[in-house]
Design a protein around this ligand. Structure first.
Ligand SMILES: O=C([O-])C(=O)C[C@H](O)[C@@H](O)C(=O)[O-]
Ligand SMILES: [Mg+2]
Length: 443
């Protein structure tokens, strides 16, 4: 092994980034949200960068993993999983999706993660999300060391650009408790949603649309989707209430939006309810909530509960694992697309590299990126016709802006702890002190 490829040290930088007042069924986004930037520095002096969730539970797992890495080769990304299991604690990977691990969240499928609406929250899944940041950083360092783009390390790109959809949110004009303001204004009705979509199209050229639902009465959200269909005829449309509806309500919505939606995303929560909805409707169902770990695949696919899985390299454990998920979906004739949470340019680069290598990614990927006004990379990504070009620059093809990183880290240091864990329900209580995150089904 070339000693230049051995890891010399790892830097972890937790940051807080500005986030607009976007609404979902749990509440509203906080004015700032945590992310973690991982830098892996090789003995050859090359730095690779990765990004993942930055809430304290993730940080606690990232620290021992960072300490265990010096002396190991950046090539050994498969070894990260066993190493993380060894040093981070928690149950082994087979417990994934079964053991609740943390916070007493029900692993049976009804539990909606208040921080991110990302399905069950298990210790093993948290660990995989942490590993993903390290895996991407190692791949970036390896690519830079070898003069190869990350997609080449994954077997090579099969497309030159990756399609993303416009991610529409009901939103307020400003955060109730203060914070950065933007000039998007409120979007709380069909006209507001269509205006938001038009601006996203004008600025980024998106050709498909996803509306985050579960915020208002289903009929109000159905009206917004119809308004989008009228404004953008023939364009793929999706609606995602994050499991907020009962089976009955899901079927009601599916009937009214049949022929209008490309897919309905997590209308109901849990495999059982999703399977019932799938059995009663021809509208394809997508998920980033009931299939988020490998052990969840078999029961969901056996029940025909989902027709499209929204991969997310963070919680599936990185770019290689995302490709493994793609292969399983291909074997079962289940479609694949990509989920997104609040993220920066490092993660968008990683998403684009892996998406470029998956032949049957036949739906535009989600991305929050247009909502993020702050970044830690020197040159922001640009969507052209709703697409990100796949770079052949070595590694991820992004450079960290150390000054920006330091400023966002300073914000994290200055925070008294209230914003270091994303909590959409707590943010909502600033406007409505009686608010509690609604139990599913909400309608
Ligand atoms: O279900 C989804 O697509 C998401 O979880 C995406 C984001 O978490 C979104 O709902 C949000 O940030 O409010
Ligand atoms: Mg979703």
């Amino acid at each position: 092994m070339d000693t230049a490829l051995l890891i010399d040290h790892v830097r972890l930088t937790p940051i807080l980034i500005a986030d607009p007042p976007l609404l979902n069924t749990q509440g509203v986004h906080q004015p700032y949200t945590p992310r973690l930037i991982v830098e892996v520095v090789t003995r050859g002096g090359v730095t690779g960068v990765g990004e993942t969730y930055g809430d304290s539970a993730y940080l606690e797992l990232a620290r021992p993993l960072a300490e265990a890495l010096p002396g190991r080769p950046v090539t050994d990304v498969n070894g990260l999983f066993a190493l993380a299991e060894q040093v981070c604690g928690g149950p082994p990977a087979p417990g994934d999706g079964v053991d609740t691990g943390l916070d007493g969240v029900d692993a049976g499928g009804d539990g909606v993660d208040a921080g991110g609406l990302r399905g069950v929250r298990t210790a093993a899944k948290l660990r995989l999300s942490v590993v993903s940041g390290f895996e991407v950083a190692c791949l970036d360092a390896l690519g830079k060391s070898l003069g190869l783009p990350v997609h080449a390390l994954l077997g090579g790109k099969v497309r030159d650009a990756v399609d993303y959809s416009a991610y529409l949110f009901y939103r307020w004009e400003a955060h109730p408790g203060g914070g950065e303001r933007d000039d998007w204004g409120a979007a709380l009705d069909p006209a507001g949603v269509v205006a938001q979509a038009r601006r996203l199209v004008a600025e980024h050229g998106f050709r498909s649309f996803k509306l985050k639902g579960g915020v208002f009465e289903p009929d109000r959200e159905i009206a917004a989707v119809h308004a989008l269909a009228e404004a953008f005829p023939g364009r793929p449309l999706r609606l995602d209430p994050n499991g907020a509806w009962s089976v009955e309500t899901s079927l009601y919505v599916a009937e009214r939006l049949a022929g209008v939606l490309e897919y309905l995303e997590d209308p109901a929560s849990g495999v059982e309810r999703m399977a019932e909805v799938a059995a009663g409707s021809d509208v394809p169902l997508a998920t980033n909530m009931c299939v988020t770990t490998f052990p969840e695949i078999a029961p969901a696919f056996a029940r025909g509960a989902v027709q499209v899985v929204l991969s997310d390299h963070h919680y599936w454990g990185g770019l290689h694992r995302t490709r493994e998920l793609a292969a399983v979906c291909r074997a079962f004739g289940v479609g694949l697309s990509m989920h997104s949470n609040t993220h920066l340019g490092v993660s968008l680069a990683a998403m684009t590299h892996v998406a470029a290598t998956v032949p049957d990614l036949d739906h535009a990927c989600d991305s929050h990126y247009p909502w993020q006004t702050e970044d830690v990379i020197t040159t922001r990504h640009v969507f052209r016709d709703g697409r990100i070009a796949v770079t052949d620059t070595p590694g991820l093809g992004v450079e960290l802006d150390q000054d920006r990183l330091a400023a966002l880290h300073r914000r994290w240091l200055d925070d008294d702890g209230t914003l270091r864990d994303r909590d959409d329900a707590a943010a909502m209580r600033k406007a409505d002190p009686a608010w509690v995150a609604p139990a599913a089904p909400r309608w």
